[in-house]
Design a protein around this ligand. Structure first.
Ligand SMILES: Nc1nc2c(ncn2[C@@H]2O[C@H](COP(=O)(O)OP(=O)(O)OP(=O)(O)O)[C@@H](O)[C@H]2O)c(=O)[nH]1
Length: 182
């Protein structure tokens, strides 16, 4: 049987909702309190296109614009979920820095990425538009999804899309599997 274990790193600026997204996906509930992460690992089985995958999610510590890309997340990771908050412009800058540092670190031109604009329930506080997020994801050739960590269905879609991007990069899927969800 083929090994369908996939490791996904969830990265981005502090407090954008990385842990909350992981917990929503794995445990199916929204966590309101904020507890800064050092590093956490979650496991979840997920069926994608009729295949059972075992996912290991690495919930990383918040990065900032001065952080160098943590070397431990450049090896042995199949794909990345890069998260910003639509209410925080700095988090949008940080995620773009992270992406270019990641490419420099691994020496590749593309990598399986889902770019996530989180906290869409806070529309009144929105400072990053849907179009800006889409534009950046398109320039990366990545999938773009806006969500709130309160929406279990969309959060689940984030990780399903991450698996599909990984499969695509490994040549197991046709290359036109791109879509946006908002
Ligand atoms: N309203 C709203 N709050 C959210 C959402 N996602 C996360 N939060 C809140 O934002 C705060 C920070 O969430 P975390 O998941 O801890 O953020 P993080 O990115 O893991 O933070 P670090 O560990 O510092 O990197 C918490 O109070 C969450 O409840 C969302 O979609 N909407």
């Amino acid at each position: 049987m083929p090994d369908r274990s996939r490791k996904i790193a969830v990265m981005g600026y502090q407090s954008v909702g990385k842990s909350t997204l992981c917990i929503q996906f794995v445990e199916g509930h929204f966590v309101d309190n904020y507890d800064p992460t050092i590093e956490n690992t979650f496991h979840k089985n997920l069926r994608v296109r009729g295949e059972d995958y075992t996912l290991e999610l690495v919930d990383t510590a918040g990065q900032d614009e001065y952080s160098s890309f943590p070397a431990q997340y450049s090896m042995g990771i199949h794909g990345y979920v890069l998260v910003y908050s639509i209410t925080n412009d700095k988090s949008f800058q940080v995620v773009q820095n992270l992406y270019s540092k990641l490419l420099d670190m691994i020496g590749k031109v593309t990598v399986p990425v889902v770019l996530v604009g989180n906290k869409t329930d806070l529309q009144k506080e929105r400072v990053v538009s849907l179009e800006e997020g889409k534009r950046v994801a398109d320039s990366w050739g990545a999938i773009f999804i806006e969500t709130t960590a309160k929406r279990r269905d969309i959060v689940s879609d984030v990780f399903t899309k991450a698996v599909l991007e990984i499969e695509k990069s490994e040549g197991s899927l046709p290359a036109d599997n791109k879509c946006s969800i908002s």
